[in-house]
Design a protein around this ligand. Structure first.
Ligand SMILES: Nc1nc2c(ncn2[C@@H]2O[C@H](COP(=O)(O)OP(=O)(O)OP(=O)(O)O)[C@@H](O)[C@H]2O)c(=O)[nH]1
Ligand SMILES: [Mg+2]
Length: 464
């Protein structure tokens, strides 16, 4: 199925800016009726016959039925194909505010447009061949980026870095498939253009390893996109909520000297060192008869298993106890680090006791005074991404793209094992190579289904 050929005949419109009062609100219109709609509802300050493409015009939106002005606006018409969707696009820059924007939008609808579905503008840009599917997804990632590094990654995808790599791999597959199909078509000619050994060499060096590199990069990229989940865990009253607040620089969680203050899971995103970090504060771990607190403790234990890093916090102003040992045992086997808190009031004796208590090097901090927090951040990254510089990979497939890479890699591996057999059948080989090709085509969108497109674009906002 090649949707690139399907044409969109109707004209769509939506408010493109987020709801709420603001300096400007934008209404976007795309499709063949764009200019006609403009002529019906826009009264330029200076009367004119023609609207040039890519120019701003000042004037008023008026209700064509009553002649009543609705708002003072700027408008721009971007004629096909030099527009976001490659169709005629009209943008109206109005005052922002729900009433005025919805009024203008309803005039646009009466003049011949219909409401856009989520992601429909970008979907049209894809269907009209202006961007490929990787770039369409990158646009969504740019909008939702939660950190500078996630943004950088998305901009890289938008500029076509991933698409380019996929294209290179596909070219080689196409070449190898052509040779294989020649062998299917002319078996008697004994075409030894490429020996099975050569074929294996090229497949594994030029197809399989770049694919495997992309799959690895996807895992690395996940950290930059989704952020790392850091769970703050420990006994009641050790200062977990204080640490959450200190890292967020905001009084987010309730802090009291009463053990068992936090009963719910509190989750907030912070940006630390350019990376999105999901900080998760939990109820202090202890046996408790309090029903509500017990549920909190259970939730806390659940969060431990989903953590990229557990920060095991202890109270440095007290001596280590048996209970600390038990909990420390509990987090063994999970990626973790140990932080000794309250060093501002801890005596040297207790601190040495904690140093001896842990077989690993703890970080010494004071959540109250904000001491040691940058060292703590550094150690958190060390656990997740090693001690290299915290840099996102140049390109990183998202989950969908990674799954397609894996399917392609699977087919290539089967092709390789066919080639290792004594008399490899070119017919079978061709099947695997075609399978690999089709998986890769799904990434950039040369081959897609309506289902796939629906799934991708429905995650967009209306107006994008
Ligand atoms: N001196 C000092 N006090 C601290 C520090 N961190 C936390 N505290 C105090 O320790 C007490 C408990 O702090 P919380 O942050 O509520 O501790 P918690 O681990 O979240 O406690 P629960 O929610 O009950 O599990 C409060 O009185 C804090 O002010 C610190 O670094 N230094
Ligand atoms: Mg707490």
């Amino acid at each position: 199925m090649t949707p690139a050929l399907s044409r969109t005949e109707d004209t769509i419109a939506a408010i493109a800016t987020p709801p709420g009062p603001g300096a400007i609100g934008v209404i976007k219109v795309s499709g063949p009726e764009a200019e006609h709609i403009l002529r019906q509802i826009f009264r330029p300050a200076r009367p004119r016959e023609q609207f040039e493409s890519h120019r701003l015009y000042y004037g008023h939106i008026v209700d064509p039925e009553t002649g009543e002005p609705v708002d003072e606006v700027l408008v721009a018409l971007m004629r096909a194909p030099r527009s976001y969707t490659r169709e005629d696009v009209l943008e109206i820059y109005a005052h922002s505010g729900y009433r005025v924007l919805s009024r203008i939008l309803s005039l646009v609808f009466s003049a011949g447009a219909r409401p856009a579905e989520p992601g429909e503008f970008t979907r049209r840009a894809f269907l009209n061949g202006r961007i490929d599917l990787v770039q369409a997804e990158a646009i969504q990632e740019i909008i939702t980026a939660r950190s500078d590094s996630a943004l950088r990654l998305a901009l890289g995808q938008l500029s076509g870095k991933l698409s380019e790599r996929i294209r290179r791999i596909r070219e080689i597959l196409v070449e190898l498939l052509a040779v294989t199909e020649a062998a299917v078509d002319f078996p008697e000619e004994d075409l030894e253009i490429l020996s099975p050994e050569e074929m294996r060499g090229r497949l594994s060096a030029e197809v399989l390893s770049p694919l495997e590199e992309l799959i690895r990069a996807a895992d690395e990229g996940r950290v930059f996109r989704e952020g790392i989940a850091v769970v703050l865990a420990g006994r009641p009253n050790v200062g977990k909520s204080s640490l959450l607040n200190a890292l967020l620089k905001e009084e987010r969680a309730i802090v009291t000297p009463v053990p068992g203050t936090t009963r719910d899971v509190i989750e907030e995103t912070a940006q630390i060192g350019g990376l999105p970090v999901r900080l998760i504060d939990t109820a202090g771990l202890r046996e408790t008869l309090d029903e509500v607190e017990a549920i909190g403790v259970e939730l806390a234990r659940k969060k431990l298993s989903a953590a990229d890093v557990v920060v095991f916090l202890v109270d440095g102003s007290r001596e280590p106890e048996e209970e600390d040992r038990k909990l420390y045992q509990e987090i063994q086997g999970r990626p973790h680090l140990v932080a000794v808190n309250k060093i501002d009031i801890a005596g040297e004796e207790n601190l040495s006791a904690w140093r001896r208590f842990f077989p690993e090097e703890p970080v010494f901090i004071s959540a109250r005074k904000g001491t040691g927090l940058s060292e703590l951040s550094r150690r958190i990254f060390e656990v997740v991404v090693g001690d290299g510089p915290v840099e996102p990979p140049e390109t990183a497939p998202n989950l969908r793209q990674k799954a397609a890479c894996e399917r392609a890699a699977g087919a290539v591996k089967r092709a390789l094992s066919l080639l290792a057999s004594p008399e490899p059948l070119p017919e079978l080989l061709a099947i695997e190579l075609r399978e690999a090709l089709s998986a890769l085509s799904e990434i950039t969108g040369e081959v897609t289904t309506e289902d796939l497109l629906d799934r991708i674009f429905s995650t967009f906002c209306i107006g994008k």
